[in-house]
Design a protein around this ligand. Sequence first.
Ligand code: SAM
Length: 224
Amino acid sequence: MFGRVAHRYDLANHLLSANIDKHWRAHTVRKVRDVLLRPGARVMDLACGTGDLLVALEREAGRSLTGSDFCHPMLQGARAKLQRFALRSSLLEADALCLPVRDASLDLITMAFGFRNLANYRAGLVELRRVLRPGGALAILEFTQPPNKAFAALYNWYSRKVLPVIGGMISGAPEAYTYLPESVRKFPEASVLAEMLRESGFAKVEWEYLTFGIVALHVGRVSG
Ligand SMILES: C[S@@+](CC[C@H](N)C(=O)[O-])C[C@H]1O[C@@H](n2cnc3c(N)ncnc32)[C@H](O)[C@@H]1O
């Protein structure tokens, strides 16, 4: 499914979110800046897709990082984007549920709109916790259910009726944009995800809603 939408992924993203997605990624970079700017910090943007968050992270850090995804066409998009902006981050084709990375070897993991797609959230958190060092951090930026009922009703109408039509027209794969609201509906509420992070060994967990709760940003820190 991701392979089918990769060629139009950026256009659909920016159009369907009215470019707000850029603000969400920039906010994520600011929230993890303390770890990102640690000298020599090892940083991986997981489920990096076509690399928008990776680009923002590399620009802030001023050095090369790593982006990882299991979808080859998405990584091809990321490669082209890095080249276009003369950036140097490396790319790794891997499943986030089984990373070819040693225990306690990363300082920062970011994941934008990727975590929701994992086949098993708890197994995913255990894997991400495994590869983080003491003092490390995990940032998950993800769609969620807006807490305000009236706004949620409006947003659900948009995401069920409008989004699949426009997303389908742009990408030629309407099923991907029917899957999106369905997967958001099945995804744990923000407070539940925070609890899952704690249960998976993240000592300090903070989270916040962005844009009326369309999206939530969770940051979990490993005690160091
Ligand atoms: C909605 S896109 C998000 C891409 C990018 N992070 C962004 O902010 O635009 C979701 C990405 O997650 C990737 N993905 C889903 N499950 C994955 C897994 N188990 N391992 C690695 N990547 C995965 C998909 O291939 C896709 O590129």
